[in-house]
Design a protein around this ligand. Structure first.
Ligand code: ATP
Ligand code: MG
Length: 244
């Protein structure tokens, strides 16, 4: 579904990604694990075509998106929902209005269809009773659910999560991870989760790529992470923290 092939990227003279290749299959949960500042969010931006690589190619659904124009990227982005680290909700809109926003403003769907699709996501994300509240009155975990509902409303094939459990307490984290797991089973969706928290990987990911110093040092099914020999992976397995 998504592929980065020999991608390099620098910001100014700072080389962030050195020849990175990775694939994300349909209906699979893939984690991208790495320390802070390594380039995880950058990888999501490349997948969405928000930034272009200096070398290499990005494919989505078999199509080379590397050099597509902004207008040509609209249809590509519709295949991928995005859940931002800070959720990016509209503070002055209610939960229902947040979820329905792009259906009304971008797709200009008739009101009865918007209501139906919003209600489906309210039910899926467990937000019944919160429809008319503003985001500020919700907990961090509930706000994350709203962001997931809003990403789901276009029926994407894949959802991209930037640090889905960052800033959440352990119980809320678990609930969000099980909601992410359920995406695959109930809606046949795939997901990419970028995270610096190794427990996220073991809790939810089928496979994982580890990004370290600009390179992918591991890319396989999650269970095999235990057997990896790279010193960085050994250290995170023993410490269970990535804040190096
Ligand atoms: N637009 C930009 N211009 C210059 N440098 C940038 C830009 N965006 C990101 N960077 C730098 O590139 C590096 C990678 O950034 P990125 O946000 O992808 O890392 P990350 O792995 O998501 O980090 P975090 O764990 O903090 O979210 C960081 O050092 C960051 O400061
Ligand atoms: Mg980031």
């Amino acid at each position: 579904m998504i592929e980065l092939k020999n991608v390099c990227l620098s910001y100014g003279d700072k080389l962030i990604l050195k020849n990175v290749s990775l694939k994300v299959q349909d209906n699979t949960i893939k984690a991208i694990l790495g320390p802070s500042g390594v380039g995880k969010s950058t990888i999501l931006k490349l997948m969405l075509g928000l930034i272009k690589p200096d070398c290499g190619k990005v494919f989505v659904d078999g199509q080379d998106i590397t050099n597509l124009k902004e207008t040509e990227l609209y249809d590509i982005r519709r295949k991928m929902g995005m859940v931002f680290q800070g959720n990016a909700l509209f503070d002055s809109l209610t939960i229902s209005q947040n979820i329905g926003f792009f259906l009304r403003e971008n797709l200009k769907l008739p009101e009865d269809q918007v209501r139906k699709k919003v209600q489906e996501q309210i039910n899926f994300a467990g937000l019944e009773g919160y429809e008319d509240q503003l985001p500020e009155s919700l907990s961090g975990g509930m706000r994350k659910r709203v962001a997931i509902g809003r990403a789901m409303v276009f029926n994407p094939r894949m959802i991209l999560f930037d640090e889905p459990t960052a800033g959440l307490d352990p119980v809320s984290s678990k609930k969000i991870l099980s909601l992410i797991s359920s995406l695959r089973h109930t809606s046949n969706l795939g997901a990419v989760i970028v995270t610096h928290i190794i427990d996220d990987v073991f809790n939810v990911a089928d496979c994982v790529a580890v990004l370290y110093q600009g390179e992918i040092i591991f890319d396989d099914v999650t269970e095999k992470l235990h057997d990896a020999q790279h010193p960085f992976i050994r250290s995170i397995l023993s410490d269970k923290i990535l804040e190096l």
